[in-house]
Design a protein around this ligand. Structure first.
Ligand code: DGP
Length: 115
């Protein structure tokens, strides 16, 4: 069996994290290396490596993240003025942890293009 990712260890409470939202499908916690005043990682509890590994039956999971978890966090962290939701995929995308995750960044103006 392949080794657990750091995010699976967070889900399983094997390593600590600052959890800001949890339900049966998803978990959200503060990024250990924040790039903005608000920097939260939203992950599915299901182990999916990246957006390249999504399957047809993951549609509801993605919808849940966008329509339930995201609005909850936007309200909780007062991000109604705007934010950035980023998913890094694969080597060229800058992905370092191979468990699908969405970076929710806010609390400051986000410039474009990203680096
Ligand atoms: P990415 O580069 O898109 O794969 O982002 C991975 C993010 O995960 C990165 O911003 C730092 C964060 N991270 C890595 N290890 C840990 C950890 O142990 N705890 C927390 N809270 N965040 C972590």
């Amino acid at each position: 069996m392949s080794e657990k990712t750091i995010f699976k260890k967070i889900i399983d409470r094997e390593i600590p994290s600052d959890i800001v939202y949890e339900d049966e499908i998803s978990l959200a916690f503060k990024d250990v290396n924040p790039q903005a005043p608000v920097h939260i990682l939203i992950i599915p509890k299901k182990e999916i490596e990246s957006t390249n590994h999504l399957k047809d039956d993951d549609t509801a999971l993605l919808g849940h993240i966008y329509t339930v978890v995201l609005p909850h966090l936007v309200e909780k962290f007062k991000l109604s003025d705007g934010y950035r939701l980023v998913t890094n995929c694969g080597n060229n995308g800058g992905q370092t942890v191979y468990h699908l995750h969405f970076h929710l960044l806010g609390g400051r103006f986000m410039s474009w293009p990203p680096g």
